[in-house]
Design a protein around this ligand. Structure first.
Ligand SMILES: [Fe+2]
Length: 333
């Protein structure tokens, strides 16, 4: 028994010297392939990637415990990253490079945002006046009765938006807002963000909220149907006179039991490099977290610039459970 465990220690350290990195990824974007290849090219470290749904990956990392081969977890949405943090799956990472390149509100002690997406208001140009939907608060205005389409309140994108409203305005106002939005539903929540945008274009409802990369994807599409959708909708950056538009992130962190710790930190640093940051922008229509980086994405150019809420991503995490409770109470399901 002793010999066996000694052997596994030896094997363990031999493995640690291997030029390999095991990534568990819940990002589902095809363009990420190029992102990982870029890391191998730069460092000679081979990337093994296991893709899965967020919950499955978290469950798997938990169950594997100290035997987990996973080095890095990559996923989208602050509330999901927060969940991994709360489960104690991440290891703290100190990297002067990451601290220098990623703004403080877009990182925590153990996970980092590598790209941002904004949650914007999308309205039917022929049915809704842009001035009536300048702020998230307007979605709860009686004026929009029967006009609001939305995806589920349990979805992390909406939970993170709600978390930001709680953080900025307090629970009571957040709950009043949720109730007002529910009272304005055109139909029960269903589908993803793109379904909502299409429903607005089809006249099923007048207004919705969506992540920007779904809009950029439609804008860049060469399908006539998608272009027809784009021609019918208007986009508003919410809350420009207040805290700014809610942004969410994709990000990742090194796992507590990562067998390849050095490679893990190198990989996180790579994700903040100019090249990787451009992949996020060009491949998935997200904004880099590194300031001042020149990107070439016609749809993002067209969307233009806006004032983003600089609420720390850690705060979004803090209010995640509360956000779900408020949505449940309001009947925003
Ligand atoms: Fe998404």
């Amino acid at each position: 028994m002793l010999a066996l465990s000694a052997l596994s220690v030896v094997l363990g350290s031999a493995q640690a010297e291997e030029k390999v990195l095991n990534i568990y990824s819940a990002r589902h974007y095809q363009t990420d392939e190029a992102l990982y290849a870029g890391f191998t090219q730069r460092t000679g470290i081979k990337v093994n990637r296991i893709e899965g749904k967020e919950e499955e990956l978290l469950e798997r990392i938990k169950n594997e415990g100290s035997n987990s081969p996973a080095d890095v977890l990559i996923t989208v949405d602050a509330s999901r990253l927060a969940q991994a943090h709360e489960l104690g799956l991440f290891a703290p990472v100190r990297s002067p490079e990451l601290e220098a390149r990623i703004p403080a509100h877009l990182r925590t002690d153990d996970w980092f945002a590598f790209s941002t997406r904004a949650r914007v208001i999308v309205y039917a140009k022929d049915a809704v006046n842009a001035d009536d939907v300048r702020n998230y608060a307007d979605l709860a205005n009686l004026k929009l009765k029967g006009q609001v389409c939305t995806r589920s309140g349990s979805h992390p994108y909406n939970l993170s938006l709600m978390a930001s409203i709680i953080a900025n305005q307090g629970e009571a106002q957040a709950e009043a807002w949720a109730k007002g939005v529910v009272a304005n539903f055109a139909r029960a929540p269903k589908g993803g963000d793109t379904d909502q945008i299409k429903a607005v274009a089809a006249g099923e409802c007048g207004v919705t909220i969506s992540n920007t990369y779904y809009l950029a994807r439609l804008m860049r599409s060469d399908k006539a149907d998608d272009q027809a959708v784009v021609s019918k909708i208007g986009i508003v950056w919410p809350d420009q006179a207040a805290k700014g538009t809610h942004i969410n992130v994709s990000g990742g962190g090194m796992l507590k039991h990562a067998p390849h710790k050095e490679a893990s930190v190198k990989f996180l640093e790579y994700l903040a490099s100019d090249d990787a940051q451009r992949y996020f922008a060009d491949g998935n229509n997200e904004w880099p977290v590194v300031a001042g980086l020149k990107i070439a994405n016609p749809a993002l150019d067209k969307l233009g610039s806006f004032k983003a809420d600089t609420l720390p991503v850690g705060s979004l995490a803090m209010y995640r459970a509360k956000a779900q409770m408020i949505f449940d109470r309001a009947g925003y399901r």
